[in-house]
Design a protein around this ligand. Sequence first.
Ligand code: ZN
Length: 252
Amino acid sequence: MEGMDKAVSGASLKDFATAVSDLILPRHCFVCGKRLTLSERYLCLECRSDLPYTFFWDQSHNPMADKYNARIRDQVPHGVEEAYGHAAALLYYNSESGYKNIPQALKYRFALGLGREFADRLGERLASSPEFKDVDCVIPVPLHWRRRRGRGYNQAAVIARRVALALGARFCPEGLRRLRYTKSQTSVGMEKKASNVSDAFRVLHRVEARHILLIDDTFTTGSTLAACHKALREVYPPSVRISVATLSYVGP
Ligand SMILES: [Zn+2]
């Protein structure tokens, strides 16, 4: 009884603290900007009930996987057998929609708690998918050290760590290294970006793995993930499966 009282007073103390801090610094929904109520966290109830899920984790062939595999096919040497790579994203990323703010806030606004919550959602879905549940190593797309120092963290690593936990797989942040400092994708054209990034990655530490999952924040053209795939394939034989997953996918 005493323990329960303690738990109740602990919870109401936390609510009280949230209420006071809401008065001083109101919290707003990351998607629509509406002021959040005491019980809401990061997103308002309406925006939470309307999340634009892709359901790609339920489809072994989907638009993201098709784009990714087309990129991989372009770079595989003639005669080499490359299995169809699985790919899934949690949410659609549409420039017209406020849901694009979720990956952007993780990338540019230090919204780590928000990023972790959605990474957990992605991880749960991948763990329930026959294509992803046997993943044993999760590698984030690395940032160049100069960019990571500027930002303070790698957003792909924030996602990858939580996804690895959900899959019961190893989190391998050193699985790939970014060797070249490339301009951000917003400042160069898409095709230029692909040639810019194609030799930017290298495996420095080989890990024991049968199914590697590459993680990035957003899938746009797939050129960055294909470049990572290429670097991994220089070290890992075709018997090691390489799949990809992201928080968002640029689409409808
Ligand atoms: Zn909202």
